[in-house]
Design a protein around this ligand. Structure first.
Ligand code: S3P
Length: 169
């Protein structure tokens, strides 16, 4: 548990609905770390919902705000940080989060993600023609997550994913 003793951050990346927020909150409690959910952080900072930010400034404007948030958070230590699904699309962000943190990919299977997202209406990238588009984005993103993460863990149930994360840190 080298990062626990060093109070490195533990940073969770992965697709929308992969369990980053749920796992992150539990992990923070178990390790007595502070929990930071980057989507919440960003919404509070902007005083707006993500869907409204997308509507106003588009995806690229949203990504710029995401990078500003990464800069603000990356100096902290002793945090479990749940990233937004696209927060590792920019190498700058990856470097910022890895500076003080171990980057863990939650490699949750697609069928489980579909279950987790089935009632979601808040994520702009999931609106419209659902499952096919989501599958395409999932496949594209998976390569990106595997490439940038220090560790990748697979599990379906929350308890399984938690165990896998504990083995990984
Ligand atoms: C996004 C994922 C969302 C949120 C935004 C964009 C993405 O976060 O940041 O809607 O590009 O995958 P979650 O992964 O927490 O849903």
């Amino acid at each position: 548990l080298h990062d626990v003793y060093g109070k490195q951050n533990i940073v969770l990346c992965g697709f929308m609905g992969s369990g980053k927020t749920t796992i992150g909150r539990k992990l923070a409690r178990a390790l007595q770390y502070e929990f930071v959910d980057m989507d919440d952080y960003l919404e509070k900072r902007e005083g707006k919902k993500i869907a409204d930010i997308f509507a106003e400034v588009g995806e690229s404007g949203f990504r710029d705000i995401e990078t500003d948030c990464a800069r603000e958070i990356s100096d902290r230590t002793g945090c479990v940080i749940a990233l937004g699904g696209g927060a590792v699309l920019r190498q700058t962000n990856v470097a910022l989060y890895k500076k003080n943190g171990l980057l863990i990919h939650l490699n949750t299977p697609f069928y489980r993600i579909v279950q987790n997202l089935s009632r979601d209406t808040s994520r702009p990238l999931l609106q419209g023609d659902k499952e096919k588009q989501t599958r395409l984005l999932f496949n594209k993103r998976k390569k990106i997550y595997l490439n940038c993460a220090d560790r990748s863990v697979t599990g379906t149930r929350i308890s399984e994913i938690m165990d896998a994360v504990f083995r990984a840190i």
